[in-house]
Structure formats: C-alpha cells, structure tokens
Design a protein around this ligand. Structure first.
Ligand code: EPZ
Length: 417
C-alpha cells in the first residue's frame, strides 16, 4: 500500500498542465461501443478508472492501443454483453455501459456498480428511463439484466438531473428508433462533451447545454477522432492548493469556459484569478477569506470540489459554511481533517468550519477520490509532515497528484508503506 507524504508550509510557484477529464472520457469510452469500428480518443488521462474501463471493454471483446494520452479503440469484435463483476464493482461508471450495450447488442448485464462511498447512489433513474425507451429490466440478486430489441425513442422526464442517467439515456436514444427527448437533463460540461462525441459519431443530438436534449436515433455510425477536454475538477483541486498554501500558479489545458462558477467562488476567498483561453493564473497572498458555498447540479458549484473547499475553509480567516446538496454522505473527509486540527461541525447537509493556520501535520486516510485529494491540499497548509493513506482512491482520478504539485514546488511524494 502506498501513502502520500507532504511537508507543509511552502508556498507554490510554477505551472501545471491539466490532464484530460475523467468524467468526460469514461462515458465517451462507453459510447464508442455504439459503433462497430474505430475510435481515436486524444488527451485521455492515464488514471485507474480509465484502465478499469479498458479492462471491461476488453472483456466485452474490444481491443485497444493506449500510448501516451492517445487511445485507439477497436469495437468491431464486441461479442459479450456481460460487464465483468470485478471491474464493474470498482467504479460507478460501469453502469454507463447499459445504454450502449442495449443500443448495439440489445442486451446488457452489469453488477450493481461500485465507486466512492459518498451516498446511496441508486440507479433507479437510469433504469426507469431505459424502461421508458422499451427496455426490459430484470433485477437479479447479483446484478441487473436489461434487454430490448431496437428501443423506441420517446419523451423521458428525469426527476433529478442525474449525470449518469442523462448519459445512459443519450447513448441508448442514439441507437433507438425515432426521437428521444430528455427533459430535466443534466447540463454538466461532461454531458456537453458526450453530446459532441455522439454527434461526431454520426448521431444527431440537439439542445446541448440545456436541460432538454433531443436525440434522433441512428442505426449506423462512423469512425471518430475526438479530443477530451481538460479536467475541470483537477484544475479546481490545484486552485484549492494555491488558496491553502499561497503563492502563484499557472494552469494550462483548462476548459475555462466551464469553470466560471468555480472561479467566482475562488475569487471570493481573496485569490486573484486571471483566466483566458485554456489558461488560468491564480495568485494568493495570506490566508483565504471564509468560504460560503452550496454545491448543486451544474452550473452550480460542483460537489466534486466540496471536499477541497473544506480544506480551504480549514485555514481560512474566520468561519465558513459549505452546504452539500447532491450527495447525502459526502462530508466524511471532514473527520479526517479534524486529525489535522480542523474545527468542523457537520449539521445535516452543512459543514461549519472555523479556520486556523497553520494546521498540524498528521496521519489521515483517504475515504474517497476527491476527499483524498482534499487531504493532500490540507497537508500543504499543515506544520510538519502529513501522511495521506489510501492513495489508490486518489489514483482513480488523478494521473499523478504528486508530480503535478511538485511541479509548483510542493514537497510531496508517493511512498510505499
Ligand atoms: C457523476 O456521478 C460523476 N461521476 C461524479 O463524480 C459527480 O459527483 C456526479 O456526477 C455529480 O456531478 C462520473 O461522471 C463518473 P448523479 P453520477 O447520477 O452520475 C442521485 C468524482 O469524484 N441518483 O448525477 O453517479 C445520486 O444518489 C465523481 O469524479 C439517484 O437517486 O452522479 C446522487 O445523490 C464522484 N438515482 C445524485 O442523484 C439515480 O438513478 C447525483 O448523482 C442516479 C442518481
């Protein structure tokens, strides 16, 4: 097992090239199954969840080449509809294969998906939407079997703008007969990117960026070449690092157009931010001002940056309030931050944090992907050495958080227990 060792209290200076987006590339890899052919996907991050998805696609009969950040997927020999259980349990994204497998093979089997322990994370919205398209859902003890000859496009109303459910319906609708309209669709940038990919594949998706998406079903698609945008959550994580540690950093390869809401919150902490094209410069002197933020579906502040903002609030000058409105159990990292001296009270869906500086170094445990990254950020503002255990969570979504933070002068390294 490995852990991240952090020597705190050194301000940051330098440049980080932001990796490709995990939450954009995973649905794109699943959507590639709709087409019997080749997909060349660029700027793919070398993260555990991508390797896990590749294992699943290989088990389904696909082949691939993954060199550097370029992935070539060959889906011509897709022959199985059964998502392997071991990989399926490792991440939530396995559920996203239901739509494309239904579209291509008219049947799909997957175990109940795994992933971070941040809430119940049911898949009822996915299943009821697929059923509306004509799929037959057969829940079994150890998984779900979904069948349906060519699905029929129809109107689908999502009771909550679920990212995954929107993605599943988009992919199933792309191969259905007729037109599917999704009302109450999620508007996250990753949805917009998936729509762009589906259109490049030969589908016809309209309403991109709105909460009403229209998909005209097709029965043939084409080879595609596509570049994944930068990861806005990884970029937000490193903005949290400079807010907590101080200094001046430059992030490149960033989808600035998708980060306006994030940058508004960053600026309110007293961090000076300049953003243009695909570059962000952030300059932080002294401690952050208190954080007042509510997470919510895009374009509200991302739930995936909630834990990072806990770490920023931990060293802010005053009392902060952070409300989590997407997942019902996403404050677990708060307890780990208390081991570094953070004063935090959780009441219902709100964290009340009294900032102090510096924190004190200690041993903490990553409990989920973004929580682990947040603990690393907190270590930058702690006196002495901190150790963050459970790095495998962090490696699921961050290509190399130690490489990136070391590039701006942080004293961090990943070591074996
Ligand atoms: C995606 O998860 C992301 N994961 C999450 O990022 C992100 O936090 C989340 O969207 C919200 O933005 C990927 O894209 C791989 P949801 P997803 O369906 O699709 C409830 C990270 O750290 N819900 O929008 O699972 C659910 O319980 C990860 O990168 C149902 O009730 O999120 C949650 O409370 C963590 N029934 C809320 O909706 C359903 O059928 C949002 O879930 C589906 C969801």
């Amino acid at each position: 097992m490995s852990f991240i060792r952090v020597q705190g209290l050194k301000s940051l200076q330098g440049k980080i090239e932001i990796q490709g987006s995990k939450n954009a590339v995973l649905p794109i890899m699943a959507a590639a199954l709709l087409h019997k052919g080749m997909a060349v996907i660029k700027n793919v991050p070398r993260i555990q969840d991508v390797f896990c998805m590749l294992e699943i696609l290989k088990a389904l009969g696909c082949s691939y080449q993954f060199e550097g950040h370029e992935l070539t997927l060959d889906t011509r020999d897709l022959c199985s509809y059964k998502v392997p259980e071991r990989e399926g349990r490792q991440m939530r994204s396995s559920v996203m294969l239901l739509g494309p497998l239904l579209g291509r093979l008219h049947q799909a089997w997957t175990c109940y998906p795994g992933g971070c322990v941040i809430g119940k994370r049911p898949i009822d919205l996915h299943l009821s939407a697929l059923e509306k398209l004509g799929a037959k859902i057969e829940p079994k003890e150890d998984g779900i079997f979904v069948t349906g000859e060519r699905l029929s496009g129809t109107d689908v109303h999502l009771l909550f703008p679920s990212v995954g459910a929107t993605e599943n319906v988009l992919m199933a609708g792309a191969a259905a007969r007729g037109t599917t309209r999704i009302f109450g669709a999620a508007k996250e940038p990753e949805i917009q990117t998936l729509c762009d990919f589906l259109n490049r594949l030969g589908a016809k998706v309209c309403g991109i960026g709105t909460d009403v998406l229209t998909v005209e079903g097709k029965n043939t698609f084409q080879d595609v070449e596509f570049t994944v945008p930068g990861d806005r959550i990884v970029a937000g994580t490193y903005l949290g690092a400079v807010m907590a540690a101080g200094g001046e950093i430059c992030l490149t390869g960033v989808p600035v157009r998708h980060m306006e809401g994030t940058l508004d919150v960053v600026r309110k902490t007293g961090c000076q931010v300049e953003a243009w094209g695909e570059e962000i410069r952030a300059f932080m002197r002294g401690r952050p001002l208190p954080v007042q933020v509510c997470t919510g579906p895009y374009p509200e502040f991302s739930t995936d940056l909630q834990s990072v903002m806990l770490s920023v609030a931990a060293v802010a000058e005053g009392n902060s309030q952070i409300q989590e409105n997407v997942f019902e159990e996403r404050f677990a990292t708060g307890k780990e931050l208390q081991k570094l001296g953070t004063q935090i009270i959780i009441k219902d869906r709100t964290a009340f944090v009294t900032g102090r500086y510096p924190l004190k170094g200690g041993e903490v445990y990553a409990l989920d992907l973004r929580g682990g990254a947040a603990l690393t950020v907190a270590g930058l503002a702690a006196e002495g050495e901190s150790r963050i255990h459970g790095c495998f969570y962090i490696c699921r979504g961050y290509e190399d958080i130690c490489r990136d933070l070391s590039a701006v002068g942080a004293r961090v390294s990943m070591e074996e227990e």
